[in-house]
Design a protein around this ligand. Structure first.
Ligand code: F6R
Length: 613
């Protein structure tokens, strides 16, 4: 989705904004622009395509003596990804500019109204309407004009506005689209649609809520409610992420770096929450009393994409160990179906970003129906964490690669903790079992760490005979069925190979018709409770000449009788196999996509944080 960076302060504007936009590239975009104020006039540069194109046309302007301005990366919604449609957009005078994320739903009627009043439009975007609407209300107070304009708007926005009439001030506002401020006494004031652009300058962050407007200057920020017009006092939070976490650190791609960061992300997610002596789990930020926990009759897990796969795994865990019935929903379906939810239901949203529009809408609905809301989330202070009753943070650090890796395995680690916590609180698990499983989870990070380099080498060699495939199937059973779905998603999103994941037992109900000598099938076959069943399904694929890659448990020689292409993983407790077996699927996708020359970190058409429906 689009990215916004705004800055006012002592530093040179263009490098700050350009670097900030680079740190938002992971969000996905197809054009970019920048605007700054120099000698009382606005100077604007925009271009189609990658930021490099913008940098090329900026040329010497990179060193312009400007200290206030805005930048934007656009992911096209209204109008093609052309230079004319790239942000910033100007009013008729050229003295006011707007950058905007989100969708102005009533832009048609507003545009017609403004056209009738004589405004001229230079783009097809919904955003440009905002520039002209603010112009319409502007006398000498920019805050008042933006507030009046936004009162007319239906839809979602994160907004940055700059006007020559107030040369030391940026206006920011948000509604249903993320926007954060970074503040620092000496460096100045920053705004951005995500945290990474702020990290080189400050760890002091203000998370804006919906319908808030900010007057941002180099030495102050004042927040107002767009509903009442009153000032709003907000806490400035110190975050623990640092600038290096959002850099590649010697890896070729962010995705590979993040695959290698998984052991640390798991340790950070688990540590301090599980007592290695007793297996007792502490999740105080969940904010549910023992009575509330005891009263839960059903759990709904709501998420999108990769996070939905984490939910599917968690269903197996929670039902088995905490013995609470679980329903898993894709958020975009959940929000439009008749929900049988009341106060006895706990709704858990799972979201790496905490900003996904459908998941947010889902928890709002469930909350209105009386359900308590807990969110499993990686971004401190994100909208979902502020709207939920409680949170279980994953501590994966910033994830920049669009295809989620470490955020997913951290979600699984957090969901496993959540399961142990529920099982303990509801008296469903013996202390010995808890201790055993807790220790296995703590040890898992070291197992993954030790196997990663060897695994990557093996997979790199293996993919030489598979990287040019047109289709791919992933199959798994039980806890590893969702990992088959996740493996297929990873491969299709970064390599553009058509891939599908299936429960192994489903094959003979249709998909087996696809199997022939040209169809690669990756089978997840750990030595677990459903091992024999999995093997039978894999034999059926072999009998139809499918090209099998098997991932299984070290020492399982039988797999070699089925295919030559076997990848062995260390034996861990079978409950934790979904975390372990995700890693080779990620590496396979990564190596295939790299081999095919794909843009691994920023796959086409995709956005990291999907803040529109
Ligand atoms: C795929 C991927 C997406 C996200 C989905 C939800 O690799 O990352 O499928 O999982 O867009 O995003 P969050 O977790 O931020 O709600």
């Amino acid at each position: 989705m689009c990215g916004i960076v705004g800055y006012v302060g002592r530093r040179m504007l263009v490098p700050v904004v350009l670097e900030g936009l680079k740190r938002l590239e992971y969000r996905g975009y197809d054009s970019a622009g920048i605007v700054y104020l120099q000698d009382g006039a606005l100077v604007k540069y925009r271009s189609e395509g990658k930021l490099q194109n913008l940098e090329n046309i900026l040329g010497e302007a990179i060193g312009a003596p400007a200290h206030i301005g805005l930048g934007h990366t656009r992911w096209a919604t209204h109008g093609a990804p052309t230079t004319e449609n790239a942000h910033p957009h100007s009013d008729c005078t050229g003295e006011l500019v707007v950058v905007h994320n989100g969708i102005i739903e009533n832009y048609h009627s507003l545009r017609n109204e403004l056209l009738e009043k004589g405004h001229t439009f230079a783009s097809e975007t919904d955003t440009e309407v905002l520039a002209h609407l603010i112009e319409e209300y502007l006398e000498d107070d920019l805050r008042a004009a933006v507030s009046k304009a936004l009162a007319r708007v239906e839809g979602s926005y994160a907004l940055g506005v700059l006007w020559t009439g107030m040369p030391d001030t940026l206006i920011a506002a948000r509604n249903h689209s993320p926007l954060v401020l970074g503040v620092h006494d000496e460096e100045g004031g920053f705004m951005a649609s995500d945290i990474p652009p702020l990290l080189p300058y400050t760890d002091q962050i203000v998370f804006l809520d919906d319908l808030e407007l900010v007057v941002l200057k180099g030495d102050s920020h004042t927040i107002y409610s767009l509903v009442t017009g009153d000032k709003v006092e907000k806490e400035v939070k110190t975050i623990s992420w640092n600038s290096a976490m959002a850099e590649k650190g010697g890896f070729k791609h962010f995705m590979l770096k993040e695959i290698y960061e998984q052991p640390q992300a798991i340790i950070d997610t688990v540590s301090g929450r599980i007592n290695p002596e007793t297996g007792s789990v502490e999740l105080p930020e969940m904010n549910l009393s023992d009575d509330e926990l005891a009263g839960i009759e059903r759990i709904f897990l709501v998420a999108c994409g990769t996070s939905w796969h984490a939910a599917l795994v968690a269903k197996y865990w929670i039902e088995r160990w905490a013995k609470i019935p679980v329903e898993v929903d894709i958020a975009s379906e959940f929000r439009y179906r008749k929900l049988l939810i009341d106060e006895k239901v706990l709704t858990v949203s799972i979201s790496q970003s905490g900003e996904t529009a459908d998941t947010l809408a889902g928890i709002r609905l469930a909350r209105d129906l009386g359900s308590k809301i807990v969110t499993i989330c990686n971004v401190v202070g994100s909208t979902m964490t502020r709207e939920a009753h409680g949170t279980v943070y994953t501590h994966a650090g910033p994830e920049i690669g669009v295809a989620s890796t470490k955020a997913f395995t951290s979600q699984l680690a957090a969901l496993f903790l959540f399961t142990l916590y529920l099982a303990e609180k509801r008296g469903r698990m013996e202390a010995d079992k808890r201790l055993e499983l807790g220790r296995e989870l703590i040890n898992l990070a070291a197992v993954i760490d030790a196997m990663l380099p060897r695994l990557q080498e093996e997979i790199k060699k293996l993919i030489e005979s598979y990287y040019d495939a047109r289709d791919f199937l992933f199959v798994g059973r039980g806890l590893n069925f969702p990992i088959a779905l996740e493996g297929a998603l990873k491969l299709k999103e970064i390599s553009y190979i058509h891939a599908e994941g299936y429960a192994s037992g489903e094959l003979k109900h249709g998909p087996i018709a696809l199997i022939d000598k040209d169809m690669p099938v990756l089978g997840l076959a750990p030595k677990d409770a459903v091992y024999q069943k999995s093997i039978s399904n894999l034999e059926e694929i072999k009998a139809r000449q499918g090209r099998l890659i098997l991932i299984g448990t070290e020492g399982d020689e039988h797999l070699k009788c089925i295919t030559d292409d076997v990848i062995y993983l260390p034996e861990v407790h079978e409950e934790l196999n979904p975390i372990l077996y995700t890693i080779p699927a990620q590496l396979l996708s990564y190596e295939i996509a790299s081999r095919r020359g794909c843009d691994v970190d920023q796959p086409r058409n995709l956005a990291k944080s999907v803040t529109v429906e």
